[in-house]
Design a protein around this ligand. Structure first.
Ligand SMILES: Nc1ncnc2c1ncn2[C@@H]1O[C@H](COP(=O)(O)OP(=O)(O)OP(=O)(O)O)[C@@H](O)[C@H]1O
Length: 987
C-alpha cells in the first residue's frame, strides 16, 4: 500500500511497509536503516552528520524532501493501523502468562493483519457471512483449499498469536508455518479425494466442495499414478508430519508427547512426561509447549530409583571392629568417607518422593515467576526486604522445604547412588557441633599389661567460631548472578545456595529448553560480575538437576578439627583410623576412615595446606586411638613439619628425616607386610581385622610346643610428608616398595599417606598413582598438576589455605572441602597428654637396610630340597649322604651335591671317607641357618627393645580393645610362618 502511494525511495518504502515504526525514519533502528539506504545508494556513508569527504559528496545527493513522505491519509491510516495492532498485540501478550518481546523486534502490524484475515475467513467459512466481500473471501479461501478453508482461520490465528507474542523466535515461527502448509496442502488433497475427485470440467463449484484448486493439484496427479487409497494414506502421513513439525516432536518422543498431552488434558502433573527427556532440539523452540502443555510447566526429570542390593547397607548395622557376626574385615560397599545415616535415609526419601527434586518442580497450578519477577525477588532477597526467610536463613526454593527442614520433609537433596561420592559426606548446614566428647569411647582403655590409657580429653581441641549460614556477601553474589543471567538473556534463575566455610555453591536452574551451555559459557562473565577469578562451575551438581557455581566467600571461615571430630559422623564410629577431614561446600562435616581409603595421596603447591592436613590427620589418630590400635611411621624429610610428634607412643621408630633411611623404612614396611601375610595365610584369614577378632576371641592358637603368644596386629600408618625427596634419593627402590605396599597392604592393616608439593609424573609415577586410590588435592600451580593428582582439572582453581578437592577411593566426583585446622598449641597439648602416659618404644630394625633376599647361585633350583636336607641333618645330627638319598629320595649324585652345599654353609664338616660327616649346627640354631639359605632376615631376638615400658598382659577380657602381648622370654623361637617381627607393640 505504501509502495503505491509513497514517493519515498524504495528502501524506505520497504521498511515502512513492514510497519516497524510510525515515528518516522529516524525513530527506530529500522527507521535509521531506511534513511541510510538512499544515501548509501549514492555513495554516501551511513553517518550523514559528519563532514567527511564522503559526507560532502552525499550533500550533492538530494535528501528526501518533506513532500516525499506518504500522503497524509496514508500516514493516518498507517498510524491508526499500527495503534490498533499494538493495542491488540498487548492484549494478546497479556493473555496467559505475560510475555515481553523487545520493542524493536515486535511485528504487531503483521500479526494484526493475520488476525483480521483469520476473522474474515472465519466469518465467511464458519459463520457463512454473505455479500460481495464475503464472496470474494470465500472464492479465495474455499476456492483455494476447498473444505480445508475451515482450518484456515485457525492456522492464521496461530500465526497471528505467534507474531504478537514471540516475534523474535523466527525459526520456530517459520517451522510452525511450514507445518501448517503441510497440513493445509495434504489436507486439501485428502478433501479432494473425499469430495469425489472432481475434475476441472465440473467447474469451480465442484472443486470448492472438495479440496479446492490446491486439493485438485495435489491429489489429481497422484491419483493418476496410484489409486485413491494409497494417495489418501500418503497424504495422511504428510498431515501427521505437519503436526510433528508444528509441535517440534521427533519421532522418538511421540509417545511421551502424547502422554503429556493426555495428562495435560486430564489436568495431571507433567513431571513424569518431561522426565523422559523429550526436549525440543532447538533451545529457541521450547515455546511450542504452549501448544500442548502450557509454558509454565517446568518439571525436572525424576531420577530413576535405584534399588539397594540388600535391604540395608551392610555398614549400617556393623560397627567397625566389634560385632558378633564373625566378620570384621573389609565389607562390600564400604567407603572411605564416613556418612551420616540419617541424612542418607532422608536423601533416599527425597529421591523416592521426587517432590521438589532438584528444587525445580513447580506444583500444578503454580505459575512460574517471570524473569522480571525472579530478578526482583532475588534482588529483594539480596537486600533482605519483604521476602520471607526460611528458618535457616537460606533462600527459599520454590517447591521444596528449606534446608534444615525437620525430619521427614522432602528436602531437595537427591543422591543417585552412583554419584553419591560427591555429596555423601555432607550434612546440611549443621549448627555448631555440640560440645560432646571425642569420640564416644571415653572410658579408660586398658592397654596390654594392665596399663590404663585415656584418650586426650575433647576440650584439648576447642570449638571454632560458629559457621555463618548466610552473609551479605552471599546476597550480593546472588544479585550479581541474577543480573548476569538476565543481561545475557539466559532463562535461568538462582534457586538457592549452600554456604561452606571457604566457598558457597550457588544453584542455578534452567527453564525447559534452555541449554546448560548457555550458563557454562558465561563463566568468564560470572567471574567478572562477582570479581573473582576462582569460579568453578559444576554442571550439573551430581544428583540434582541444577548447575552449581562455586564462588569463594569473601568472608571465609576456619574449620576447627575439634568441631569435625565432635560431629555426628565422627562420633558414630569408634574406628581408630577415622580422621577429621574438614567441611564440604554445603557446610557438612567430612570424616574419613583411613583404613578404607586404603592409601592416600596428598598433593598441592607449597603453602596450600598439605602439612596442616597431615597434622589434622595425626592429631585425629592421637585423639581417637591407643598405641595398641594404631602405630605410625613418620617420614619428614623437611625436618620441621612433624617434629611436634616426636616421642609419641604411637610411633614405632623415631621420625625419619633422612630420605635414604626413609627408603629403607619403606622396605621394612614391605617385610612387615609379608610377615603379616604369612600369619594370615597360616591361620586362614583374609584380613587383619578378621585375624585380630579371632585372636581376641581366643580362636587363634599357636601350634603345639610353640611359646608364641599371638596378639592382634595394630594398624600401621605410614606417613611420608614429602615424597619428592624420597624419589630423588632412590626412585626405583621407593617406587618398588610403595607399589608393593599399596598393592597388598590393605588386608594387612598397613596404610600409606604420601604427601608431595611436586605432583609431577616423575614423583607421582603412573605405578604409584595406579595403586594409591584416594587423593586429596590442595591448590596446585597448574592444571597439569591437577590432572596428575586427580586425573581431572579443578585443583588449579582452588584458593589455597586448606581448600581442597577430596577424591576418596571409588568416588567418581571430587568433594570440595575446607581442611580441618588444628593449631600448634592444640597439637602440643594432645602430644603431651599421650606422651605423659606412655613412652615411645622404638623398633631398631625399621630403618636398617634389609639384606637383599638373594638365593645363592650355587643353590639354584635346589633350595627346597636343600632346606629339607639341612633340617634332616641338623635334627638327626647325622651327616650321612646315603641317609639323604633314602629320606629325600634323590640319587647319589644329588645327595652328594647337597652334602657339599651343606659343607659350604658350615652345617656339616668335611668328608671323612665312608664315615658320616660331623654336624656343626645344633638344632637350636636351625632357624637362622634356614633363613640364611632362603635369603630371609635372620630372626632377631633382640629386635624389639624391651625398655622402658614393661606392660603385662593379664586382663585381656576386660579390655575394650584387647591386645595380647608377646611373652618376650622366648622371642627367638622359630615358629613356622611367624617371627616376632610383627611385634609392633615392641616391649
Ligand atoms: N585448613 C586450613 N585452615 C586454615 N588455614 C590453613 C589451613 N591449611 C593451611 N592453612 C594456612 O596455610 C598456611 C600454609 O599451610 P601448610 O603449611 O599446611 O601448607 P603446605 O602445603 O604444607 O606448604 P609446604 O609444602 O610449603 O609445607 C598455613 O600456615 C595456614 O595459615
Amino acid at each position: 500500500m505504501a509502495t503505491r502511494t509513497s514517493p519515498a525511495p524504495r528502501g524506505q518504502q520497504r521498511t515502512r511497509s513492514k510497519g516497524a515504526t510510525a515515528k518516522g525514519p529516524t525513530t527506530t533502528a529500522r527507521g535509521k536503516t531506511a534513511a541510510a539506504r538512499p544515501a548509501r545508494a549514492s555513495g554516501s556513508p551511513k553517518d550523514q552528520g559528519r563532514t567527511t569527504p564522503a559526507t560532502r559528496q552525499s550533500e550533492a545527493t538530494p535528501e528526501p524532501r518533506q513532500d516525499d513522505r506518504p500522503a497524509l491519509p496514508v500516514r493516518v491510516i498507517r498510524a491508526t493501523w499500527m495503534s490498533l495492532a499494538r493495542l491488540t498485540g498487548s492484549a494478546v501478550r497479556k493473555f496467559g502468562h505475560d510475555v515481553h518481546p523487545e520493542r524493536e523486534l515486535r511485528r504487531d502490524g503483521s500479526g494484526f493483519f493475520l488476525l483480521l484475515l483469520a476473522l474474515a475467513v472465519a466469518a465467511v467459512e464458519w459463520w457463512a457471512l454473505t455479500g460481495i466481500i464475503a464472496d470474494s473471501v470465500h472464492a479465495a479461501a474455499g476456492g483455494t483449499f476447498g473444505w480445508m478453508a475451515l482450518l484456515v482461520p485457525f492456522m492464521l490465528g496461530i500465526g497471528a498469536v505467534r507474531l504478537f507474542r514471540y516475534p523474535e523466535r523466527q525459526r520456530a515461527n517459520n517451522r510452525i508455518a511450514i507445518g501448517e502448509l503441510f497440513i493445509l496442502f495434504a489436507g486439501s488433497g485428502i478433501a479432494h479425494l473425499v469430495g469425489g475427485q472432481p475434475t476441472l470440467s465440473e467447474g469451480l463449484d465442484a472443486l470448492w466442495r472438495a479440496g479446492g484448486v490446491v486439493g485438485f493439484l495435489v491429489a489429481g496427479p497422484l491419483t493418476a499414478l496410484l489409486t485413491a487409497w494409497p494417495v489418501g494414506i500418503l497424504l495422511s502421513v504428510v498431515v501427521f508430519l505437519g503436526l510433528l513439525i508444528i509441535t517440534a516432536t521427533p519421532f522418538r518422543h511421540i509417545p511421551s508427547r502424547l502422554r503429556a498431552l493426555y495428562e495435560h488434558l486430564m489436568g495431571q502433573d507433567l513431571a513424569d512426561a518431561r522426565g523422559s527427556g523429550d526436549h525440543p532440539e532447538d533451545a529457541e523452540e521450547h515455546d511450542q509447549s504452549y501448544l500442548y502443555a502450557g509454558h509454565g510447566s517446568t518439571a525436572t526429570p525424576k531420577p530413576k530409583r535405584r534399588k539397594r542390593l540388600f535391604g540395608k547397607d551392610q555398614s549400617e548395622d556393623r560397627p567397625a571392629d566389634d560385632d558378633d557376626t564373625g566378620f570384621v574385615g573389609d565389607e562390600a560397599f564400604e567407603r572411605a568417607v564416613v556418612e551420616d545415616e540419617e541424612r542418607r535415609a532422608r536423601e533416599s526419601g527425597a529421591s523416592e518422593s521426587g517432590a521438589g527434586e532438584g528444587g525445580a518442580a513447580v506444583p500444578p497450578g503454580v505459575r512460574r515467576p517471570t524473569k522480571q519477577e525472579r530478578a526482583a525477588e532475588n534482588l529483594k532477597r539480596a537486600q533482605g526486604i519483604g521476602v520471607p526467610e526460611s528458618p535457616d536463613h537460606a533462600p527459599a526454593v520454590p517447591g521444596r522445604p528449606p534446608r534444615n527442614a525437620p525430619e521427614g520433609s522432602t528436602e531437595a537433596i537427591d543422591i543417585v547412588p552412583a554419584a553419591k561420592a560427591l555429596l555423601v559426606p555432607s550434612t546440611p548446614v549443621q549448627p555448631q557441633a555440640p560440645p560432646s566428647p571425642i569420640p564416644q569411647r571415653t572410658e579408660q582403655l586398658q592397654l596390654a599389661g594392665d596399663v590404663a590409657y585415656t584418650l586426650p580429653p575433647s576440650d584439648y581441641l576447642p570449638a571454632g567460631t560458629p559457621p555463618k549460614e548466610r552473609s551479605e556477601a552471599n546476597d550480593a553474589v546472588v544479585a550479581a548472578l541474577t543480573h548476569t543471567l538476565d543481561q545475557f538473556n539466559v532463562d535461568a534463575r538462582v534457586t538457592g545456595f549452600s554456604r561452606g566455610p571457604t566457598v558457597t555453591r550457588y544453584e542455578i536452574e534452567l527453564a525447559p529448553g534452555t541449554k546448560v551451555e548457555r550458563v557454562t559459557a558465561l563463566s568468564k562473565n560470572i567471574s567478572y560480575a562477582v570479581a573473582s577469578s576462582d569460579v568453578r562451575i559444576l554442571s550439573p551438581i551430581p544428583g540434582k538437576s541444577a548447575i552449581g557455581i562455586e564462588i569463594p566467600n569473601t568472608d571465609r571461615e576456619t574449620v576447627s578439627l575439634g568441631d569435625v571430630l565432635r560431629s555426628g559422623n565422627a562420633r558414630k564410629t569408634d574406628h581408630p583410623m577415622v580422621m577429621g577431614v574438614g567441611k564440604d561446600v554445603e557446610g557438612g562435616f567430612v570424616v574419613a576412615n583411613l583404613a578404607k581409603m586404603p592409601h592416600l595421596l596428598v598433593a598441592g603447591a607449597t603453602g596450600a595446606g598439605k602439612s596442616s592436613f597431615v597434622n589434622s590427620m595425626i592429631t585425629s589418630i592421637l585423639m581417637r586411638s591407643t598405641p595398641d590400635e594404631v602405630r605410625m611411621v613418620m617420614v619428614d624429610p623437611k625436618r620441621v613439619e612433624l617434629t611436634a610428634y616426636e616421642g609419641v607412643p604411637h610411633l614405632i621408630t623415631p621420625i625419619i628425616t633422612s630420605p635414604k633411611k626413609a627408603a629403607e623404612a619403606l622396605q621394612w614396611v614391605v617385610r612387615e607386610m609379608d610377615t603379616r601375610y604369612d600369619d594370615l595365610a597360616n591361620y586362614g584369614y583374609k584380613h587383619i581385622d578378621d585375624f585380630n577378632k579371632a585372636v581376641r576371641n581366643g580362636k587363634v592358637v599357636p601350634p603345639e610346643g610353640s611359646k608364641r603368644v599371638v596378639r592382634p596386629y595394630p594398624y600401621l600408618l605410614v606417613i611420608v610428608d614429602e615424597l619428592a625427596d624420597l624419589m630423588m634419593v632412590a626412585p626405583r627402590d621407593v617406587e618398588d616398595s610403595i607399589v608393593r605396599i599399596t598393592q597388598l597392604a590393605r588386608a594387612a592393616g598397613i596404610h600409606l599417606v604420601l604427601a608431595t608439593q611436586r605432583p609431577s609424573v616423575d614423583v607421582v609415577t603412573g605405578l604409584i598413582k595406579a595403586n594409591v586410590p584416594s587423593r586429596m588435592a590442595f591448590a596446585t600451580s597448574s592444571v597439569t598438576d591437577s590432572r596428575v593428582v586427580l586425573d581431572q582439572p579443578g585443583a588449579e582453581k582452588l584458593i589455597g589455605q586448606g581448600d581442597a578437592l577430596f577424591l576418596p577411593m571409588g568416588a567418581s566426583k571430587t568433594i570440595r572441602v575446607q581442611g580441618a585446622w588444628v593449631t600448634e598449641s592444640e597439637i602440643h597439648r594432645v602430644v603431651e597428654h599421650v606422651k605423659g602416659q606412655l613412652q615411645a618404644v622404638y623398633r631398631e630394625d625399621v630403618a636398617v637396610e634389609a639384606p637383599k633376599k638373594q638365593i645363592d647361585d650355587d643353590i639354584g633350583d635346589d633350595l627346597d630340597v636343600l632346606l629339607q636336607a639341612t633340617e634332616l641333618v641338623v635334627t638327626t645330627q647325622f651327616g650321612s649322604t646315603s641317609m639323604l638319598q633314602r629320606k629325600l629320595r634323590v640319587g647319589f649324585a644329588k645327595a652328594g651335591r647337597l652334602m657339599d652345599l651343606l659343607e659350604s654353609r658350615g652345617v656339616v664338616g668335611p668328608s671323612e671317607g665312608s664315615k658320616a660327616r660331623d654336624v656343626l649346627v645344633k638344632p637350636d640354631d636351625l632357624a637362622p641357618v634356614l633363613a640364611a639359605m632362603r635369603g630371609d632376615d635372620p630372626p632377631a631376638p633382640s629386635a624389639a627393645p624391651r625398655e622402658p615400658v614393661d606392660l603385662v598382659a593379664d586382663d585381656l577380657a576386660s579390655r575394650t580393645q584387647a591386645v595380647e602381648y608377646y611373652d618376650g622370654a622366648d622371642s627367638g623361637e622359630g615358629d613356622e610362618g611367624s617371627s616376632d617381627a610383627w611385634n609392633l607393640t615392641g616391649r
